[in-house]
Design a protein around this ligand. Structure first.
Ligand code: ADP
Ligand code: MG
Length: 453
């Protein structure tokens, strides 16, 4: 069933965007999807991949399979491959057949398939300045669906947490009132369903289905632009729900008045409730989100690496998360913690390169302020104790935090020879172990610098 698995991955790429599987594509290539009637078993190489799937992609996989196999009631489980298990235990000299940890999560069958993404909850949504208003409004809506803000319209850039937030609303409502008919769907699914209904002459069923919904969540409605027939149908659905006091929640990448070629009556409908935007998160919020995600994924990256990611990846949280997963996978496979250097290399395609002169200047200035020695003195030939120490620490940090070579560092440090730079680096590196003050000072400087890179 290799085809089904390949098609599933492709379907996820097509429907949810390639970034969903960023960083795990290689790892997932090792899996196999088996099907027996409506039972799907994903055979994975090890427990790590099993956790990765159940923690992050299970819903997406299921959703894709439902569409590909055209079946609603699929039962999904994960199994760690026997082959790999046997091989692993042979390699480690253990007796084959010892029971290993296996995870086979049961997906509960809801009576009504609401298509909500169950891992997106308020509990794991980090609130910061950038999303405080949207979060507060969303929470209100979940407490009083249909009553407080209707429609509720959230907009913001790619990967900033819109889909997460609206699913959190849906999941919260579902928990409180499981009998409520909630439906989450993307504008594309709405469009597809409608096209099919037209094709098979089932428009009245289609309308009936939508008009019985009590909470309708439609994601990415900017895709309605240019689709007149869908807009028309959406307008009728919207009106009938709205008039009977049902909650409507919409997301988009821009404000209603910025959606191109959106019919005026839809535009004014969308604007008639509450509009909240999500902004780019600040550094602290990004660190908090990464920390939360690491907890969920069982990944443990060093603080340095976290700070580095939060400063280097400017705006897209999905990208930030993808980077973290990739580093986590690397760490597990290599069996040792990733360093900033490895991070830079692995993520060179997404991390914006800051220019080298800035690094040098920044590092030398920071060290100079810290040790109360001027940058000029650091680069000079003077050799008194405090100046030498500041110079050595600057060289150490230049090597540690930039990709500069020793000859380059030597040149930057007042035209010194590369062997001087190497010697300074080694001295600090060795002394750090025995000198607690030096070690602490370097940590303070590193942290400060990583935040301003
Ligand atoms: P959007 O729909 O705006 O493109 P998503 O909701 O898909 O963005 O978010 C992208 C990823 O970032 C998701 O995995 C989501 O869980 C995560 N994310 C975004 N904002 C937050 C947040 N405030 N707290 C926790 N995770 C977040
Ligand atoms: Mg989204």
């Amino acid at each position: 069933m290799r085809d089904l698995w390949q098609n599933t991955l492709k379907h996820i790429d097509d429907c949810e965007g390639p970034s969903v599987l960023d960083g795990v594509r290689e790892i997932y290539r090792e899996c196999r999807l088996e099907q027996e009637d409506n039972r799907l078993t994903l055979v994975v190489p090890n427990g790590f991949v099993s956790r990765l799937v159940s923690g992050r992609h299970q819903e997406s996989i299921l959703k894709a399979c439902r569409t590909l196999l055209d079946r609603d009631n699929l039962d999904f489980s994960i199994r760690v491959s026997e082959e790999k298990k046997a091989k692993k235990s042979r390699e480690s000299g253990r007796k084959a057949g010892l029971p290993m940890k296996e995870i086979s999560p049961k997906v509960p069958e809801p009576e009504w398939d609401n298509h909500l993404i169950t891992r997106y909850l308020f509990e794991n949504y980090v609130v910061g300045e950038s999303n405080r208003f949207a979060h507060a409004a969303a929470y209100q809506v979940s407490e009083n669906p249909g009553k407080s803000y209707n429609p509720f319209y959230i907009y913001g850039g790619v990967g900033l947490g819109k889909t997460h937030l609206v699913n959190a609303v849906g999941n919260a409502i579902f928990r409180k009132s499981p009998e409520k008919k909630i439906l989450y769907l993307t504008t594309e699914s709405f469009l597809n369903e409608m096209v099919n209904a037209i094709k098979f002459n089932k428009m009245s069923e289609f309308r009936e289905r939508y008009r019985s919904i009590e909470v309708l969540i439609v994601d990415d409605i900017q895709f309605l632009s240019n689709k007149e027939r869908t807009q028309e149908e959406f307008f009728h659905t919207f009106n009938s729900l709205f008039e009977s006091g049902r909650q409507i929640i919409l997301t988009s990448d821009c404000a209603p008045n910025e959606i191109m070629t959106l019919e005026e009556r839809l535009r004014s409908r969308f604007s008639s409730g509450l509009i909240a935007d999500i902004q780019i998160p600040d550094f602290e919020t990004k660190v908090a989100i990464l920390t939360e995600k690491m907890k969920q994924e069982g990944i443990n990256l060093s603080e340095d690496v976290i700070y580095f990611l939060a400063t280097s990846i400017k705006s897209n949280i999905r990208e930030l998360e993808g980077a973290m997963i990739r580093l986590g996978a690397y760490q597990t496979l290599m069996g040792k913690p990733v360093t900033i250097e490895v991070t830079r290399r692995l993520l060179s395609n997404i991390i914006q390169n800051t220019s080298m002169p800035l690094h040098t200047e920044l590092i030398v200035n920071e060290v100079s302020t810290f040790y109360k020695v001027s940058p000029k003195e650091i680069r000079s030939k003077k050799r008194n104790r405090s100046i030498s120490l500041a110079r050595q620490v600057a060289i150490y940090l230049l090597r540690d935090l930039t990709q500069m070579s020793f000859p380059e560092i030597g040149r930057e440090m007042g035209g010194r020879d590369h062997s001087t730079a190497i010697y300074a680096f080694r001295t600090v590196d060795e002394n750090r172990d025995s000198d607690a003050i030096l070690s602490r000072d370097i940590e303070i400087l590193r942290r400060k610098l990583l935040q301003s890179l």
